[in-house]
Unconditional design. Structure first.
Length: 353
């Protein structure tokens, strides 16, 4: 019996080290990609899209095993490694950069919600949004027909609705809209419900975003409703998934660069967001966080998942950003289910000019 216990203990210890080595390999690949050591034509390019919580979860399991078999020194070393990964790579901020509202700022509320082309019903989506009562709602994967547009307008006449091409972003706002235009990305629309053939992507129309100028108590605020492309490959094989994933990373970088250049030419305060289909620590999102405030993380210490409602494995894909003239005051991921994404709600201070 004692011999069996020793063998079991040895196997468990060996298993924990296999988990540790596996986690190290994943973390090394992610960090190499983050540091720019993996070229854009390499199969591992885009590895930093992997949420840091996943290898950390594996390390944590190994940590539990090490603690259980009473390897105290190894446990302490591993605990420090897990803590370092969370602090330096994770979607976390030790200090809040949210500031207090001043007499020079007005307050507006903004909601970002991927509506999943109203799979759960158009009435449920808009009734829920109207119950939340945001000043501005940024909607992703919108697909409103002309007849449905009439129904939306009847729900609350104080709100106006603006939409881009089918399955593109939309705006639902009760603040005065001075102008609203659709801007083309240099990328092509992807199918949301169907499969995508890489060889035929250039036959699709361009993907777009909405840029509205809204009057907030006399101040003109730029509001941008945006969604970066995503979708499924034409075949569910390893080869096609790798090809498709690599294509999406490169196309999302084009969209990110285009958006950065576009907002760089705008005058006045800027608020933008939506479903960006990229994780917070990826090369898609990091440059955006350098030039604007990630409103949720400015008001909270840890990023909360927004995608795959009800699933065991979730991740943060939905964001609100604001320019330096604005003040992040409060932000929440609401536990409201009207699609496969949770809504992101924020209160933002905008200057009085």
């Amino acid at each position: 019996m004692v011999k069996v216990l020793k063998i079991s203990r040895h196997l468990i210890y060996s298993l924990s080290w296999v988990m540790i080595c596996f986690s190290f390999i994943i973390l090394a690949v992610v960090m190499f990609d983050r540091w720019g050591l993996i070229t854009s034509d390499h199969i591992l390019y885009g590895a930093d899209m992997l949420p840091p919580i996943w290898p950390t979860a594996i390390l944590s399991c190994a940590l539990f095993i090490i603690y259980w078999i009473k390897q105290k020194r190894v446990f302490l070393y591993l605990l420090m490694l897990v803590a370092a990964n969370i602090l330096f790579v994770g979607d976390i901020k030790l200090t809040s950069s949210g500031r207090a509202k001043t007499s020079e700022h007005s307050t507006i509320t903004v909601l970002a919600q991927n509506v999943q082309y109203y799979t759960n019903g158009l009435n449920k989506v808009f009734d829920t949004i109207l119950a939340i009562k945001p000043d501005i709602a940024i909607l992703g994967e919108n697909s409103v027909s002309d007849s449905e547009l009439v129904l939306i307008k009847k729900k609350d006449t104080s709100y106006a609705f603006y939409q881009s091409r089918r399955f593109g972003p939309a705006l639902f706002t009760r603040l005065p809209v001075l102008s609203c235009k659709e801007i083309e990305f240099p990328t092509y629309l992807t199918s949301l419900s169907g499969k995508n053939d890489l060889e035929k992507m250039d036959r699709n129309p361009r993907s777009t975003f909405l840029h509205a100028v809204i009057n907030v108590y006399g101040t003109h605020i730029n509001i941008i409703a945006v969604r970066f492309i995503a979708g499924r490959p034409k075949e569910n094989t390893l080869r096609e998934n790798i090809r498709w994933g690599h294509y999406l990373i490169l196309e999302q970088i084009k969209e990110r660069d285009f958006l950065v250049n576009y907002i760089g030419r705008l005058k006045g305060p800027i608020i933008f967001g939506g479903d960006l289909n990229a994780t917070p620590t990826s090369k898609i999102i990091r440059p955006l966080r350098k030039i604007t405030s990630d409103v949720y993380l400015a008001c909270n210490h840890i990023g909360i998942p927004t995608f795959k409602v009800g699933r065991p494995i979730q991740t943060r894909l939905d964001y609100l950003f604001c320019s330096k003239e604005c003040i992040p005051l409060e932000a929440k991921v609401l536990n409201t289910i009207i699609a496969d994404h949770y809504p992101v709600w924020a209160k933002i201070g905008v200057p009085k000019w």
